[in-house]
Write a protein that binds this ligand. Structure first.
Ligand SMILES: [Zn+2]
Length: 295
């Protein structure tokens, strides 16, 4: 038989096989983050495993979608799971705020049913100990439709390093303070301009809790509350302790960063960069059973 007749189809077949492997790899890449696809908590002891920004969560509980003084926003995203400590914290915090005159809070993202990394957005929120609480306060409960795609309230003036005085209220300071005074809370992240405002308003009595309020980028429409590692979770990795003091001296640095970024030459704006899922992290070994047992 003519060699060309045999080799030709073989080559073609090889090429096709190679191309289909490439296409399959592309396809599976988008789906190979198991954490985004687990719909149920891992049935095991409640445990935060790993670091806040690289870990997983066993034995999660779902926060009820509403309760005394709170509602969960965007429930369709399935991010209302947490370590039982966090679920209890949110419920008890809402009740505590009601006693202080704050009727309703809106609870944003916690963790996915087994924690782990997100394809987009948060780096942390991975071990069921982080929760975003919105700064928008509502007098009465929101409707289902509103909860599905709620309107945010930004309390920061985006043009200057300052809060938006029309949006900021004493209630915001109160809600941050109540959370920071809770011994279970490790840190609270807020926009640098919010921390600056708290520092401006500060009295000596505030120094003890202001320490936990950490300036960060974004966080202008919500506060991010992070709980300490549960005592009986040896695989939960705590962050380094915060330096003592109110931390107000750090604000100058954040302010400088803000104005440097603002005056920097604009890059080719208006060109939407395609959203690519983040590369998969190498998780602590203890997270493995949580993924292979995923439905
Ligand atoms: Zn957050």
């Amino acid at each position: 038989m003519n060699k060309v007749v045999v080799i030709g189809p073989l080559l073609l077949w090889g090429l096709l096989a190679y191309l289909s492997v490439l296409i399959l790899a592309q396809f599976t890449h988008a789906r190979d983050n198991p954490w985004e696809h687990t719909k149920t908590p891992f049935e095991g002891p409640a445990a935060a495993i790993g670091e806040y920004a690289n870990g997983c969560l066993s034995g999660a509980e779902a926060l009820p979608l509403s309760g005394k003084g709170f509602q969960v926003i965007r429930p369709q995203r399935d991010r209302y799971y947490g370590h039982p400590n966090l679920v209890n914290f949110v419920q008890q915090y809402a009740v505590q705020l009601q006693a202080e005159g704050i009727e309703q809070i809106l609870v944003g993202d916690m963790s996915m049913p087994r924690g782990g990394q997100f394809d987009y957005g948060h780096n942390s929120h991975q071990i069921g100990l982080d929760v975003d609480i919105w700064l928008r306060l509502t007098e009465k409960p929101l409707s289902k439709a509103e909860l599905k795609s709620p309107r945010a309230l930004t309390v920061v003036d985006n043009q200057e390093f300052a809060i938006d005085t029309a949006a900021w209220s004493p209630q915001h300071k109160l809600m941050i303070k109540v959370a920071a005074q809770d011994p279970q809370v490790a840190r609270i992240f807020v926009n640098g301009a919010i921390k600056q405002q708290l520092c401006n308003e500060r009295t000596q009595a505030d120094d003890a809790w202001l320490n936990k309020v950490r300036p960060w980028w974004g966080h202008s429409a919500h506060m991010h509350v992070r709980l300490n590692c549960p005592k009986d979770n040896p695989d939960c990795k705590a962050q380094k302790p915060i330096n003592p003091g109110h931390g107000c001296e750090d604000i100058a640095w954040w302010k400088q960063q803000f104005y440097t970024a603002k005056s920097a030459p604009k890059k080719e704006l208006d060109k939407p960069t395609p959203r690519k899922p983040k590369p998969l992290q190498v998780k602590p070994q203890q997270c493995e059973p949580l993924t292979w047992a995923a439905p």
